[in-house]
Design a protein. Structure first.
Length: 219
């Protein structure tokens, strides 16, 4: 059954930019995904992305959406097909994230009026993602070149809202914002898959708190 979308597309995009950080939960089971999401929320995140990296990802999104009073933005990541777009939105995802530029995924998200954040790296990919209808473009992976790369890219492409993911941590998040990021994705530096597998929830919550404190301090 399709869930009603209570927030419109523009409101969701505004919220992502206002929150400034998205918790990216990549794991292998619904139980671990929900456990990590609980840590993210306890740590101060209000935008949570569950990646389609395990078969029950849509069920995890649905469970989070069922218990959501709209204080949270629940999204879906690693979206690679139009079928996954529909599954995620039906489950209650309010935004979608892809690791690459997939025209059919972007088009399907636009048809459903749901924000889409495609992943890109080179200037050509970033511009293509934006021109196809990406609402925010995710620099992925952002590990090697760091904030200086974003600063250089934004010289000729300053009109494109960019969110770096993978390579952002509490120590450098302020530099990413200074370079022009509208938001950041917190992946392994905070939500380490090994810690999630071992159920080390206290450590994950502590990392989430430290990251969000750094985000707030960078305002």
């Amino acid at each position: 059954m399709n869930r009603p979308i209570s927030l419109d597309k523009a409101e969701v995009i505004t919220r992502i930019k206002a929150e400034r950080a998205v918790a990216v939960i990549r794991t292998d089971s619904i139980e671990r995904a929900l456990g990590a999401a609980k840590c993210a929320i306890a740590g101060g995140f209000r935008a949570i992305e569950i990646t389609f990296s395990f078969p029950e990802a849509s069920r995890a999104i649905a469970k989070l959406a069922d218990n959501n009073d709209e204080q949270l933005l629940i999204g879906a990541g690693t979206i690679l097909t139009s079928e996954q777009v529909h599954a995620a939105v039906t489950a209650g995802a309010r935004f979608l994230v892809s690791p690459c530029v997939l025209p059919e995924v972007i088009a399907e998200a636009r048809e459903l009026n749901v924000p889409i954040i495609p992943g890109a790296f080179t200037p050509t990919e970033i511009y293509t993602a934006h021109s196809l209808g990406g609402d925010i473009v995710k620099i992925f992976p952002a590990v090697k070149f760091g904030p200086d790369y974003l600063r250089a890219v934004r010289g000729p492409l300053s009109q494109i809202p960019i969110m770096p993911t993978s390579g952002v941590d509490a120590a450098n998040v302020a530099d990413w914002f200074k370079a022009g990021a509208v938001a950041v994705g917190a992946v392994g530096s905070v939500f380490d898959p090994a810690l999630i597998r071992r159920g080390e929830w206290d450590k994950l919550t502590k990392r989430a708190v430290e990251f969000m404190n750094a985000v707030r301090a960078s305002r």
